[in-house]
Design a protein around this ligand. Structure first.
Ligand code: SF4
Length: 374
C-alpha cells in the first residue's frame, strides 16, 4: 500500500528575514495573519493536525514556512524545535523541514540543528542572475546559494531549491540559465514559483508605475514547462509549480498582476501532454481519424486539459473524428500511450503502410516507441 506524506505547515511570516524582498508579502501569499507562533501554539497546532490525520498518511513532517528559519534567534528557534521534537520522541512526528535564505546556511548554523529531527531544508534561491537578485533586493548572491547547497549536502540534509522566474530584470535567457545553474547543484527537488505581483509590496508599486512587467500566463507556462523538462532530464523532482491558491491569494485584490492561476501546475502538465501528443502524431504520421490515448489514471485530467481544451485542440489540428483518453494503471505517470489498434484508418493510407501493432508510448523528454511495424 502506498502512503502519502502528511505535512503539518506552520507559518512564521517574515520572521527571521533581514528585510523585505520586493515581491514578498507573506500575509497576502499565505493568508496567515498571525505573528510569531509561541512554542505552545506550535504544540496545539500539531495536536490539531494529528487529530485529523488519516491512518494512511505517512510519514508525518512538520514544516516551517514563510520566513527565514535559520534567521530566527537561536533561543526562539530552539524553543520551536523543542516543541516539535517532543512529538518526534513520542513517535507521532517523523521529521522537520523548513525553508531559509541561502545566506543563513553555514556549518555552524547546521550543527545547531543536530539535536533535532530536521531532515529537509529548502533554500530560497529565486534566481542565479546577480542583477535579478540585486533588483529584487534579495541581499545575497548566487554564490551564497551554491555554497549553501554544498554545505547542506555535506551535512546530509535533503535539499530543495525554490526559484521565481519572472523577477525584475529577468529574461527568458536568464530564467533558463537559472534553471541550468540550479540543475548543476543537483538538489533533491525544486519548486518553481513564477513571480506574481502581490498587494502591498514594492513590486506592486513598480507594477502600477509601469516599471515592472510580469510574465504573461502563457509565457510563464511555456518557461515553467521548459524548466520542468530540464529538471526532469537531470532526475530532479519538481514538487510544485505556481503558488498555492491559499485563502490569502484567493482574497480579491491580493493578486495585483502576473501569472497567478489556482491550477498553474495543472496547466503546465496539460501543456506537456499536449506537446507530447502533438509530437507523436506529427512524427509518426498518425493518420487514423480515431485515436485512443492511454495514460495513468492520475494523468487523465492533465491529458484532457482544463475543460477538455487539449482534446478539442488536438482534434482540430489533426482533423480527428474521435479522440478518447482512457485511464490505464499499467501506463506509468507522465507517459502517453497512443493506441490506434482496431480503429479504421483513413482512406488514403495504402494497405502496405498500415500499422500492424498500432501502439506507441511516449515519455516526456525521452521518447519511447513500443513496436511499430509497418
Ligand atoms: S522572500 Fe523570503 S527572505 Fe524575502 S521577505 Fe519573503 S520570506 Fe523573507
Amino acid at each position: 500500500m502506498k502512503f502519502k506524506p502528511f505535512i503539518i505547515p506552520l507559518f512564521i511570516p517574515h520572521i527571521g528575514c533581514p528585510h523585505r524582498c520586493v515581491f514578498c508579502n507573506q500575509t497576502s501569499i499565505t493568508g496567515h495573519k498571525g505573528g510569531a507562533p509561541s512554542p505552545e501554539e506550535v504544540r496545539n497546532a500539531i495536536s490539531r493536525f494529528l487529530g485529523i490525520k488519516h491512518r494512511r498518511r505517512h510519514p508525518v513532517e512538520v514544516a516551517f514556512y514563510g520566513g527565514t528559519f535559520l534567521g530566527l534567534s537561536r533561543s526562539y528557534r530552539d524553543s520551536l524545535l523543542d516543541a516539535v521534537q517532543g512529538f518526534v520522541e513520542e513517535g507521532e512526528v517523523d521529521s522537520i523541514r523548513f525553508s531559509t535564505r541561502p545566506d543563513t546556511i553555514s556549518d555552524d548554523s547546521l550543527m545547531e540543528l543536530s539535536p533535532y529531527a530536521v531532515r529537509v531544508i529548502e533554500v530560497g534561491a529565486q534566481s542565479t542572475n546577480e542583477s535579478v537578485l540585486a533588483l529584487s533586493r534579495r541581499g545575497h548572491t548566487a554564490e551564497d546559494t551554491r555554497k549553501a547547497v554544498n554545505i547542506l549536502k555535506s551535512h546530509k540534509f535533503r535539499v530543495g531549491i525554490q526559484i521565481m522566474p519572472g523577477l525584475p530584470g529577468d529574461t527568458p535567457e536568464s530564467i533558463l540559465e537559472t534553471g541550468r545553474e540550479v540543475a548543476k547543484l543537483k538538489p533533491d527537488f525544486v519548486r518553481i514559483y513564477p513571480t506574481v505581483v502581490v498587494k502591498n509590496t514594492v513590486l506592486e508599486r513598480w507594477f502600477r508605475e509601469g516599471r515592472f512587467k510580469p510574465l504573461s500566463l502563457s509565457s510563464a507556462i511555456e518557461l515553467t514547462k521548459t524548466l520542468y523538462l530540464l529538471f526532469k532530464a537531470h532526475n530532479i523532482s519538481v514538487i510544485r509549480m505556481g503558488l498555492q491558491a491559499s485563502d490569502g491569494l484567493l482574497e480579491p485584490g491580493n493578486v495585483v498582476g502576473g501569472p497567478f492561476h489556482p491550477a498553474f501546475g495543472h496547466l503546465v502538465h496539460s501543456a506537456l501532454f499536449f506537446d507530447r501528443a502533438t509530437q507523436v502524431f506529427e512524427d509518426e504520421k498518425l493518420l487514423s481519424n480515431k485515436v485512443v490515448l492511454k495514460v495513468h489514471p492520475r494523468d487523465v485530467s492533465r491529458m484532457k486539459g482544463i475543460k477538455n481544451h487539449n482534446i478539442e485542440q488536438l482534434m482540430k489540428r489533426f482533423d480527428l473524428k474521435e479522440l478518447r483518453v482512457i485511464p490505464d494503471p499499467e501506463v506509468s505517470q507522465d507517459m502517453l500511450k497512443v493506441d490506434i489498434a482496431n480503429l479504421p484508418l483513413r482512406q488514403d493510407l495504402s494497405a502496405k503502410k498500415r500499422f500492424n501493432d498500432r501502439s506507441k508510448e511516449s515519455l516526456f523528454g525521452q521518447r519511447r516507441v513500443r513496436k511499430m511495424n509497418i
